[in-house]
Design a protein around this ligand. Sequence first.
Ligand SMILES: [Zn+2]
Length: 82
Amino acid sequence: MAGQAGIGFMATCPKCGGYLGRGHRCWGGRRILTQIRLALLGALAGFFLPWLWLDRISMPLLATTAVLGLVLTLAVRRYARF
Ligand SMILES: [Zn+2]
C-alpha cells in the first residue's frame, strides 16, 4: 500500500476501464451487461429511426438499419472508450 500512492492514481483498471482510485470497485462483469444494453439500444434506435421519415417501411430495411445502429453503437463505444 505505502509507496504506491500516485502510481495507481491515473491508471485505469484493465478489467472494467474505470479509474483505479481509492475504493475502486471492479464491475468488469457488469461492463459486458452495459455493452449489451447499449448495443440493444443502438439496434432499437436503428429499428425505429426509419419510421420518422420514411412512408414505406420494409422488414429488410428495418433489419439493415437495426444492425447498422448496433454496429455503430459498438464502434462509437469502442472508439470513445467510456
Ligand atoms: Zn475494475
